[in-house]
Design a protein around this ligand. Structure first.
Ligand code: KIV
Ligand code: ZN
Length: 520
């Protein structure tokens, strides 16, 4: 990969959905989901994919290693703290990538120095030693002073100079707690370029969190001051209020290229598809009015707006829906639609279906169309996400569910599931149909995982609308998320629960979670 200098107009996009994004409580993704997202990031033109934190767990290590093996275009980066064990493990995970990068960091602000019990000189020595060690393994090393925006400016210059001298070729400036402001974000980059020898020979990166809602503005201000790498995540996923959203910076640079004359390598038409994918697998739905990818981002409700848009879309639209991969389609799907129409429609929505996939999705589509008069785009997207969530090899599979509801007395669920290939049935009661169903699942498959979140969203309007249900389970400090969609909310709930449990079973089989499940 060529290394542009700040004088050039190319801004590198560093995506950390799979590391900082996944670190956000509850956003844990399965191995297969991480690989699928990495593939989409690679295809959409992301320059650097931060694939994970290899020392964190065997699961993280395996995911980073497998992503390193599959990436065709992107540089694959792993995160490591400032110690040799972390860095060695990181290198093991990324070394097979076509273009590997080690990203090592240490907290440099007074608060963090207190935690690590290193004084200023000791920390400088640690930075020198760890960056040198990383550089001896890999010729592409990124270094970050965590909490840079709350680090004394003189000391920040000193540590950045140390890392550059030790061989880091990218210096990332994290606003770890989302504290900075656009003018200050720009000033820090300008100061480093002015005061630190060698700063213009490396890539300066910006990594902003969104605690005050300024992550995108702060990242763009840093770019104007000379930063040439933006660290971001899909849908702004990330710790607390999240990170800079990839879709926001990419579209801002595109739409306002008149005042932000920089380019990225991102194919923006792939944004919508990956946004949906990340929302589905992380269990973090995109807020309706989210910039660029929210459901309402291109919806015009008021009469004046609708009239204007019909006459000339530019009256109220600064970007075209198709720029982010939203197709204006005229294919209406219903129970008479055939396979070819379904394949074409799915392609418009960003899903290229192989023949065997089409077969399976078509069966599900027909079942849905039998229950629903009109099948909307959002229904098909939910159906795709639902198909991705379950597989024929799953340990737990829902066979039959019948619930009995009434105004008096507890609700009752009659459930049949296969557990490891053996069919089992049970009746259970509960406070409401979902509670009764979950009790039945627990009786057929006893486990200690704790239900952290249960969330229902209507996919479209109308009483025949599908419901998307997200379930988040916690077991031994690890999070497992399940999702499903169905016109029957209770069925979707049961499937989402079972889906999360299947992920837990898989993690246990890989040795990542031990003794969480009783034989059942
Ligand atoms: O926010 C932060 O400081 C980080 C670092 C690890 C780069 O994510
Ligand atoms: Zn971060």
């Amino acid at each position: 990969m060529t290394t542009p200098t700040p004088a050039q107009d190319r801004v590198l996009i560093f995506d950390t959905t799979l590391r900082d994004g996944e670190q956000s409580p509850g956003a844990t993704m399965s191995h297969a989901e991480k690989l699928e997202i990495a593939q989409l990031l690679d295809e959409m033109g992301v320059d650097i994919i931060e694939a994970g934190f290899p020392i964190a767990s065997d699961g993280d290590f395996q995911a980073v290693r497998d992503i390193a093996r599959l990436a065709q275009r992107a540089t694959i980066c792993g995160l490591a703290r400032a110690n040799f064990t972390d860095i060695d493990r990181c290198w093991e995970a990324i070394r097979e990538a076509k273009s590997p990068r080690i990203h090592t960091f240490i907290g440099t602000s007074p608060l963090h120095r207190e935690i690590t019990k290193l004084d200023q000189d000791e920390m400088v020595q640690r930075i020198h030693d760890t960056v040198t060690h990383a550089r001896n393994l890999c010729d592409n090393v990124q270094w970050s002073p965590m909490d840079a925006t709350r680090t004394e400016r003189d000391y920040l210059c000193r540590v950045v100079e140390t890392a550059i001298k030790a061989g880091a070729s990218t210096i990332n400036i994290p606003d770890t707690v989302g504290y900075t402001y656009p003018r200050e974000s720009a000033e820090i980059i300008a100061m480093l370029r002015e005061r630190v020898p060698g700063a213009d020979a490396v890539i300066l990166a910006t990594h902003c969190h969104n605690d005050l809602g300024m992550a995108t503005a702060n990242a763009l201000a840093a770019v104007e001051a000379g930063a040439r790498q933006i660290e971001c995540t899909i849908n702004g996923l990330g710790e607390r209020a999240g990170n800079t959203a990839l879709e926001e910076v990419v579209m801002a640079l595109k739409v306002r290229n008149d005042i932000l004359p920089y380019r990225t390598s991102i194919d923006s038409t792939k944004i919508m598809n990956i946004s949906r994918m990340v929302a589905a697998v992380s269990g973090f739905p995109v807020q309706f009015n989210k910039a660029v990818v929210g459901k309402n981002a291109f919806a015009h409700e008021s009469g004046i707006h609708q009239d204007g848009v019909l006459k000339n879309a530019e009256t109220f639209e600064i970007m075209r829906p198709e720029d982010i991969g939203l197709q204006a389609t005229n294919l209406v799907m219903g129970k008479h639609s055939g396979r070819a129409a379904l394949r074409a429609k799915m392609a418009q929505l960003g899903y290229e279906l192989a023949d065997n996939q089409l077969k399976d999705v078509f069966v599900r589509f027909k079942a849905l169309a039998d229950r629903k008069k009109e099948v909307y785009d959002d229904d098909l997207i939910a159906l795709m996400q639902d198909s991705a969530a379950s597989g024929a090899d799953d340990h737990l599979q829902l066979r039959r569910l019948r619930v009995i509801c009434g105004t008096d007395g507890p609700q009752e669920a009659e459930l049949t599931m296969t557990v490891g290939g053996v069919e089992k049935s049970i009746d259970a009661t509960g406070d409401g149909p979902v509670d009764a169903t979950f009790n039945a699942v627990r009786m057929l498959f006893p486990h200690e995982a704790h239900l952290e979140l249960y969330q229902v969203h209507a996919v479209t309007e109308g009483t025949d609308a599908q419901a998307t249900v997200s379930v988040r389970l916690e077991a031994e400090g690890r999070i497992f998320t399940g999702q499903s969609a169905d016109t029957d909310t209770v069925v979707a709930s049961a499937r989402a629960y079972v889906n999360a449990l299947n992920k837990l079973v898989l993690a246990q089989a890989r040795g990542n979670a031990s003794a969480m499940i009783h034989a059942g």
